[in-house]
Design a protein around this ligand. Structure first.
Ligand SMILES: [Zn+2]
Length: 125
């Protein structure tokens, strides 16, 4: 009875906007993780040499991994609004590795829209 409707598959514009939306969402997830980490770090009174636990800032929607890094490392990440700390396995193609650590990577946003989002929403700037 009901024959499947043929939808036009030449929908390039829609595809492009969907990709853009996904990248924007990744950037926003990273920003959210950073804000969570900033509030955790603000209440942490342990010595600088001890490890602190921060949320992986890779931007994956389903990522709930926690990283153990020292406070100086965390401060180095936060010294640049484009930088995030992530699990090595969670590196994505929109990030450049700034530093490889023991169980973590410090990455930086490539230039463009995502970098703008990262800089614009930095709670320290
Ligand atoms: Zn992650």
């Amino acid at each position: 009875m009901s024959s499947a409707l043929e939808y036009p598959c030449s929908n390039g514009d829609q595809y492009a906007s969907r990709v853009g939306f996904r990248e924007e969402r990744v950037a926003r997830n990273e920003v959210f993780a950073r804000e969570v980490n900033e509030s955790l770090e603000a209440t942490d009174t342990r010595p600088a040499s001890s490890f602190i636990h921060v949320a992986c800032e890779c931007g994956r929607e389903d990522c709930e991994r926690v990283l153990a890094i020292t406070r100086p490392v965390y401060e180095r990440v936060r010294s640049d609004p484009r930088q995030f700390v992530i699990l090595p396995a969670h590196l994505s193609e929109v990030e450049d590795v700034v530093q490889e650590g023991d169980g973590f990577l410090i990455v930086a946003k490539r230039g463009g829209t995502l970098e703008d989002v990262a800089v614009r929403t930095d709670p320290r700037h």
